[in-house]
Write a protein that binds this ligand. Structure first.
Ligand SMILES: [Zn+2]
Length: 461
């Protein structure tokens, strides 16, 4: 089967690469204050691609923001499983133009990579779905599974309308499995399925002591300093290894499966690579042993103080400040609940505020983490398809960040398999300057997804 598919893509790949380049030329930035017409133009182009490929019901699904998602489908038989294919057509802003080696919206090939904004994140994801479904229809015809495409238009702006879209079009989008092509491989040439995502919870804390700042010579001593008090509160959250000591915080964590652990142990995530990639300064220690890096990144919660303020560097005179502020952010491990975890954090902070200082605590809307049951046969089939296509064993990895879409699919469709794959590698620089896509991996991912569909088709004969 692999040979047929490879041969077909030998011929078809230049066409799909051209289509990708055309999409990259559209600066479909979904942030506020950018031209929404460009997002509409890119949605229109995606819709035309699906129409040209002969898929039916090609249409916009419009969220409140006016940045459309694109839907299309290929229904083969009501008795076949239906696969929902997700990617997004909006992109990040170009950031610092002077750091780009070529125009971010004029795609350029250099050394086997395609450079341009949205090449890897995530316009290649759209083309992979388009190419794989088109070939699957040609090769397996009436045995092919059913396909539905959902190409979002505001993922980079936080997917604020996706929940509404999924609720409004639940029947139209209903599927037996989802493939999200918006993640990454751990390295170029090593295919990966992401099986967990961390969630997110954050609060802002302000401590106050007096009504106004005071002369430190005249008043400090008897009167407490809110900055030091807030630092005490912050250090009470963790022990010296960085483990969170909030009561019951680790109770709901779902540990990785044996298969996930086995995958983690074979990843190129050694301490030296990790230190180099993070630009860690000399002699700065990591908080965990080398073997625990994947666990600490993907399967445990971590606390970061993203802002800390009392007084101001520019006018740091001898003043006893009257307030201190911190934003405390926590990445949540799979299994944890954002709402409950935020409450545990608030309870802990409140209990640890010294000297009766006044506190205001504001919570942000968090994001739940994500795990998926990898026992579903689709995971094995996808792993086999990727391994075959890349000629290298596919791995299960995690992701330390959050993707709202994955959690929303789970909430909308229940316990169906959600396969998270992607086109990014450590050189891709998504969200930064000189974003790029490895063209060999682009083709291999098309082949892998087609092979996966072939495995499903073989069950429909
Ligand atoms: Zn993306």
């Amino acid at each position: 089967m692999k040979n047929n598919i490879e041969q077909a893509f030998e011929k078809l790949f230049p066409y799909y690469l051209d289509q990708l380049k055309e999409l990259v030329k559209i600066p479909s930035i979904s942030f506020d204050h950018f031209d929404v017409q460009e997002v509409l133009r890119s949605a229109e182009s995606v819709k035309e691609l699906f129409e040209k490929a002969g898929f039916s019901k090609a249409q916009f699904l419009m969220p409140p923001s006016g940045k459309p998602s694109v839907y299309a489908e290929l229904m083969v038989s009501p008795s076949h499983p239906t696969i929902l294919l997700y990617a997004h057509h909006d992109v990040q802003p170009e950031m610092r133009r002077e750091l780009w080696q070529s125009d971010p919206f004029l795609p350029e090939e250099r050394d086997g990579r395609l450079y341009g904004r949205g090449t890897a994140d995530d316009k290649a994801g759209i083309i992979v779905h388009l190419a794989a479904v088109s070939l699957a229809r040609e090769l397996w015809g009436k045995n092919a599974p059913n396909f539905k495409f959902l190409i979002e238009g505001e993922e980079e702006a936080g997917s604020s309308g996706l929940e509404v879209l999924l609720a409004e079009h639940k029947d139209l989008l209903k599927a037996d499995a989802v493939i999200v092509a918006d993640l990454n491989n751990i390295e170029k040439g090593t295919p990966c399925i992401t099986t967990s995502l961390r969630g997110m919870s954050a609060i802002e804390v302000t401590l106050s002591s007096t009504e106004t700042p005071l002369h430190s010579g005249s008043w400090s001593g008897p009167i407490p300093d809110p900055a030091q008090a807030l630092c005490r509160v912050i250090t009470s959250l963790t022990n010296e290894q960085g483990d969170i000591v909030i009561e019951g915080f680790y109770d709901d964590i779902i540990p990785p499966t044996a298969e996930e652990l086995d995958s983690y142990s074979k990843l190129p995530l050694g301490a030296s690579i990790f230190k180099k990639d993070s630009h860690l300064l000399e002699n700065v220690a990591l908080l965990v042993k080398e073997s625990e890096i994947p666990l600490a990144l993907w399967r445990r919660p971590s606390i970061v103080i993203t802002a800390l303020e009392s007084g101001n560097k520019k006018i740091a005179g001898n003043v006893l400040q009257n307030t201190a502020y911190a934003r405390i952010s926590i990445r949540l491990a799979p299994g944890m609940d954002a709402e409950r975890s935020t409450q545990k954090l608030i309870d802990h902070v409140q209990k640890n505020i010294p000297y009766g200082l006044h506190a205001t605590i504001e919570k942000e809307s968090g994001a739940d983490p994500f795990t998926t049951n990898t026992n579903h046969p689709y995971f094995q089939k996808m792993k086999e398809a990727m391994t075959e296509s890349f000629n290298k064993e596919a791995k299960f990895i995690g992701c330390g960040a959050s993707i709202p879409g994955a959690v929303l699919f789970r909430e909308t469709f229940g316990e169906i398999p959600i396969l998270l794959i992607g086109l990014e590698d450590p050189e891709s620089n998504p969200h930064s300057e000189n974003e790029s896509l490895d063209l060999a991996d682009f083709k291999k991912t098309m082949i892998a997804e087609t092979l996966f569909f072939g495995k499903l088709a073989s069950e429909n004969t």
